[in-house]
Design a protein around this ligand. Sequence first.
Ligand SMILES: [Zn+2]
Ligand SMILES: [Zn+2]
Length: 903
Amino acid sequence: MAPPAETSANYQQQYNEFITNLTAYHQKRGTNFEPEPRVGNKHVDLLQLFKTVVERGGYDKVSDEKLAWRKMGQDFNLGTANLPALAFSLKSTYYKNLAAYEISTIHGKEPPPKEILEDVTAKGGGLLERTVENYRPASRRETNALGLEGSEASGDDGTPVRDLVGEETPGSGGRATRGLRQAPPQRVLFQPDTAPSRQRHNLLPPGSAPLPPRGASTSYNPSSNPDSFSHAVSNYEPRPQMPLTLRPVITPANNPSEFKRIRAAKEQLLNPLARPDPNQRIMLPGTGFDGPNIYVRCLLALKSGVQEEQDYALHHLVKISMERGDKYRFESFAGLAEALVDKILEVSSLFYDVTWQVVYPDDGKKRDWNTLDGLEGTPDILERIEKLTQKHVDDSVQPENFSDKMLQVVEAALTLRNMVMLEDNAHYVSEMRPLRDMLSIVLNLPNLEALVELKHYALDIVEQLTKYLHFSANDPLYLSLLAQLDSPDRGAVLTSLRAISRISMNLEDTNRLEGIPSTTLQRILDWTLLDDEDLVNSCLDFLYQYTAVLPNVSLMTHSIDLASLIAQLTRLLIYGAKETTRDLLLAPPTRRPPPSEIPPIPAPLLTALLALDEPERSSKWLRCLFEEDKDEAITQIALWQAYQARFAHAVDKMGRPLLPAAEFIKNVSTTFADKAAAQVQAGPVQKFIIKGIRIRDAPVDLTGRPYQKCQWTTPTPDGTGSRPCGGFFMEPAEMFEHIFSHHLRVPKTASPSPTPQPIGGEGTTETAPAEPKPAKTETEKFTNDEGTYRCLWPGCTKFRNPTFIRPAQLAAHIKIHLPPPSPPSDSLKHPSWVSPAMTQSFSFLSTAVDERGDAAGIPLTAVLVLRNLARNLRRVGREEEEREDEREAGGEGVDACADGAGS
Ligand SMILES: [Zn+2]
Ligand SMILES: [Zn+2]
């Protein structure tokens, strides 16, 4: 509540007097008085309120001023949340408690009876004009016969030209039931599908700068008073709950004078002679009667046939249909759809000498060439259009009269288009035959710039309706749609394609799509080659529907290049795909078991080791033959014995002593930096082991480079089996020398020549081993005398059996078995006994998916079309084979006869 302006003591006295006077006034008047009324959650000082309003010229003056009650609400600090509702509450507070008092004290007049003042809502005309004769309480219209939920809200609001709408918060006038309704969902402006082809239809957002009124061919003209109009439309929803005003029942005890008065009035009503003339209570303009709500007004104005009224109606219907498309239903407004169709039909009169008339069987009108059958439709509408005489219309400049009429038509079409975006509405009008005729008429209008917009609206309407429609092959609307596919307008093509694809989508009927000419089909196939996602999508949607029907596929095999279509569909399978690579695990990493025996030391390594002193020698030996592996172990005895066996005889010669056993074992741990440790393995027989090392697959030299193993099969010492030779060599040439001399025992001859000759020096140089051999440094070389040799390299099949061959030839063969030179030590992967996992890389092409991760978009439709083709082509093929068989069987089959296959 606003702080009092006067000093508190003085003001308090003034306030008390005022309230006392007011209480007495209301008692006398028989009305309820609230000395401390609440607005929102604040008490309002009635004296302050009265003074403020009177200062501004009184209730009527304030109410006439735009948004004045809101400003006052701000002055009274009612808060900013939901200010319109609070402003209305403040106004109501004044109205209930102070309005009559104002009339009596300020204007010096007799206030009207409370039945038309305090007892009714604050909505309505000014106080001073109110008399029993001209005022009709607003409460009489609370039940709205239109069945439009919430529409009474705007009905009370009056017409859009009123300025008071700001404060007039309808639906809040103390109607308790309103508050019980669930809060409505957030109002979402109706937004039509924003697919690219339709973007041009998007209207201006509400609140954008108003365009000049009624210019040529603008799809939307905001009201000259957009603010109040927006209110009328947006007030369609109930407002938040307002505090409930309780009115006490008048009894002889609490208000004897008023009770007497009511009683007298009732008695008077029972007396027919004393009853007032009912005509006196007629709803006259300017008497507080608001008129029908904006929806009904528009409907009636549209049907009136008066140009200005229709301008008004269409102008507002466009906006309503856009903003309230989520609720605005044809069902609730009988005749609206028909009136819109009639209005759109007027377009023909602008371009042809025709005035179409919709005629229903019962209305007794004469059938003529320009009448459309309202019930059955007009099957020959295309022929009739054909015969019309076209008027001359300048496509760039039109007279004012023409463009006004055209604008009305476009607005009607836009309204209809906006409304059918609501499925209920689309379903409702899909039954209307005149609508189908109208659409055929519009789609067949001349190709003029002036008609592009209208045709687009018509196509949008068709697109919304076709899913409820079933067309025969010669239906005028179907033919008109197919003709649109020849249009140079991409938007028209897109919408038509979509419309055609949706025919009978919601019905049990199969969408047969008969009678599509092969040129049109070929054009659709060509469009799939374009880099235009929308168009390709629409074409594929169409093809999906089309190829689902067997006769269509049969037709396609003859009329179009099916192979190139299939090739293109296949290409589209990866449309927009993103490539990703994924590795698939074929086998997990594996460990190789260590060799069972400690291998011998290759001779050069042994020489190097023997030159060292202990404990370095045993450390190096361990490093060359063993490696760390925490999961493996070796027995101490095996290790000690191997050490002894390798070095003992040499020590005798060279005098460098071996380590004692205990120190040797200790040195193992030192060598492997405590990764290996002497342990006692518990069990039936105790074992002393070194845990943490394993025998290398192949020994390495002092630099860590591994030796290669000779695989040659040799007999076991006992002669019962065979095993690999197991000798180790660093270079392939060394192994070759070893195999030739040790395994094959190719004889050597002393050469008289000081320069070494390649093997086979008698002229077969190309088969000689290229590698220089240590052997050659001596004056010795292998003979090339033919002998009987066999190759015992495992897996060899060529010389498995003894063969009579020259050694040079044999050398060429042996070289294919030799392992490649061993890699340098730093290229070895560690640990060497683990074979890495085997994986295989696959690359994937991921195509578009929807929000649930299912396939979507062009690739999905492409594959669906391919599936249709795969299914139906097989059936087509079978049918043709059957026909073929029948022909061969002597042309007895019906088809064969029809085909005229006489041979
Ligand atoms: Zn060997
Ligand atoms: Zn071999």
